[in-house]
Design a protein around this ligand. Structure first.
Ligand SMILES: Cc1cc2nc3c(=O)[nH]c(=O)nc-3n(C[C@H](O)[C@H](O)[C@H](O)COP(=O)(O)OP(=O)(O)OC[C@H]3O[C@@H](n4cnc5c(N)ncnc54)[C@H](O)[C@@H]3O)c2cc1C
Ligand code: SF4
Length: 522
């Protein structure tokens, strides 16, 4: 292999984990190669077109995965520079302090992490500052201590959402501004001329046409590439990793690019392909020394897949809801328990606003409930919620590779009772918060193949831990079985809590980045 193809660090995948790590390592001057299977997400009018994005799934990967019975499904996954953050809702929340410990759920145990909230706290603060998180401390009673206030003020509520906020308060609840990673500079609910974000209706699930969303490409990859020591190869699909004879070191990264095979090497290899693809890459890289897959002497690689028990709902407001930017409120009052249930239920958040095109795709469900409600009426009156509860890491919920090299995802749903109770809680409040008393599923937001196709929050397949028998990675996210292999994306999660995963992925990338800088002697 030519010395040109040898780097100090190779990072495979440019999403929340890999993109952030590249940014953190870039000023070191070390030679860094970022390998990304996708290209740049095209900037075009369709970025903000609900039909193109949700009905035609224009930006979704054209890839087929299989369930445990061999049935094909379309995963909700995007392959671009910036990874899935190109379309994420940028709700960037910290795990609660208790989420790092063992939590007893109705459906079983959510296991403790090998590190605590205190270990992550400084990195959460850095991650919030880097990703422009707009929020407010001290209003969500479940939040842990923070070493600094949010650098950016909370995104203001539109009038109808402020009314909802006030109604929740009147009922004795503790709504709080949803922390959002957004390049927004606003006054009186309007974007200022200096603001990248224009507070449009296309925040959640859409790519941002004007680069106003704090995604991994805009915040991390683009600035990292300003350093001449950082290179990015797009369309570079990593097929497998090869090791030396002892199996302790990755010596070759085998890439397919433009239909040809290419080989690269580095002192340090970081896999950041997202929880499913990272596990798949390690499994594909099985060799004589690693017969069950790379870094897999524990047999945990691919196992303990988690993705949240979640639902997207639409309710109908008695008053019109002309809100454009709706995703500004959340409620954690049922995060740990409720008045009539001693186990965790989960989190309620607002979702991006439904629009007519989405409703057309989902109209049959509505027609059954209230045929007299015309779609126009619904579009004008809809209010949309995202409900998220913890699913538990089960060893049989796993990623494997079939004989054709394709991804197989086996899932058995876990811990559903808490989520059903969370839904019932919201339903019970509807009358008191100015809404008609029905909740309807918004299946298009989640993808049509729910629950299996709902891979947006995938995590846990290459878990970290203290013992090489029960985890694949050590606390620095280095493989126990190898000396130069790291995994830095959502794979390392031990549990998934009931908050969105990205802030924890980003904070961890900064944490592991510090370890790598030290290892590199910097
Ligand atoms: C619609 C939607 C809404 C979401 N909303 C939120 C939200 O509001 N808040 C939140 O916290 N999270 C949200 N998420 C989840 C969030 O996007 C992910 O948790 C996060 O992006 C995961 O980061 P990652 O680094 O693990 O993987 P990714 O961001 O997926 O990055 C993995 C990268 O690796 C590349 N790759 C994969 N395989 C290979 C290979 N073999 N070779 C080379 N490259 C490869 C991929 O193309 C990709 O760029 C949302 C996701 C979706 C889809
Ligand atoms: S709300 Fe802001 S960040 Fe979101 S798509 Fe619109 S302009 Fe972009």
């Amino acid at each position: 292999m030519s010395t040109d193809n040898h780097y100090d660090v190779i990072i495979i995948g440019s999403g929340a984990g890999g993109g952030t790590l590249a940014y953190h390592l870039a000023p070191s001057g070390k030679r860094i190669l970022l390998l990304e299977r996708g290209g740049y997400l095209p900037r075009e009018k369709d970025n903000w077109d609900a039909k193109a994005v949700f009905v035609e799934s224009k930006y979704r990967a054209k890839e087929t995965w299989y369930d445990k019975d061999g049935k094909a499904f379309l995963p909700g996954i995007q392959y671009y520079v910036g990874g899935n953050t190109k379309v994420y809702g940028a709700a960037l929340l910290r795990f609660r302090e208790q989420d790092f410990g063992q939590v007893r759920h109705h459906g079983g145990i959510s296991p403790a992490w090998p590190l605590s909230y205190v270990d992550f706290e400084p990195y959460y603060t850095k991650a919030e500052q880097l990703y422009h998180v707009h929020g407010q401390r001290g209003v969500d009673p479940t939040e842990g201590p923070a070493s600094a206030p949010y650098r950016y003020p909370p995104v203001s509520h539109a009038q109808r959402i402020q009314e909802l906020f006030d109604d929740f308060k009147r009922l004795g609840h503790h709504p709080f501004p949803l922390p959002l990673g957004i390049l927004l500079d606003e006054a009186e609910g309007k974007a200022l001329h200096t603001s990248a974000c224009v507070r449009c209706a296309a925040f959640d699930g859409f790519p941002c046409l004007v680069n106003g969303k704090a995604d991994a490409q805009v915040i991390c990859v683009d600035p990292a590439l300003e350093h001449s020591n950082v290179e990015l190869l797009t369309g570079a699909y990593v097929e497998r990793l090869e090791t030396n004879g002892s199996g302790r070191e990755v010596t070759k990264v085998i890439v397919t690019r433009n239909g040809d095979e290419e080989q690269y090497s580095a002192d340090i290899i970081v896999v950041s392909c997202g929880a499913v693809n990272s596990a798949a890459l390690l499994l594909r890289s099985a060799n004589e020394k690693h017969p069950g897959g790379l870094a897999n002497s524990s047999d945990v690689v691919g196992r303990h897949y988690m993705r949240h028990n979640c639902s997207a709902f639409m309710a109908v407001s008695k008053d019109p809801n002309p809100t454009v930017f709706q995703k500004t409120l959340a409620l954690n009052d049922f995060y740990f328990r409720s008045d009539d249930w001693d186990y965790p239920l989960g989190e309620i958040q607002m979702l991006g606003k439904s629009d007519g095109e989405m409703l057309k795709g989902e109209a049959p469900g509505w027609a059954v409930w209230k045929p007299e409600f015309a779609l126009d009426y619904l579009a004008e009156h809809s209010i949309d919620f995202w409900l998220q509860s913890e699913d538990l890491p089960h060893p049989d919920n796993r990623v494997t590779i079939n004989q054709n090299g394709q991804i197989v995802l086996s899932i058995h749903e876990t811990n559903l009772e808490g989520h059903q109770r969370l839904t019932a809680k919201l339903k019970g409040m509807l009358g008191g918060i100015g809404l008609h008393d029905q909740l309807m599923h918004r299946s298009l937001y989640l993808g049509k193949d729910i629950p299996i196709g709902g891979t947006a929050h995938q995590a846990g397949t290459v878990r970290f831990g203290r013992g090489p028998k029960t985890s694949a990675l050590d606390v620095n996210c280095k493989a126990h079985d190898l000396d130069n292999l790291y995994v830095v994306d959502a794979s390392f999660f031990v549990s998934i809590a009931a908050v969105n995963p990205s802030l924890t992925i980003i904070a961890n990338a900064l944490r592991v980045g510090d370890h790598l800088l030290e290892r590199l002697g910097l």
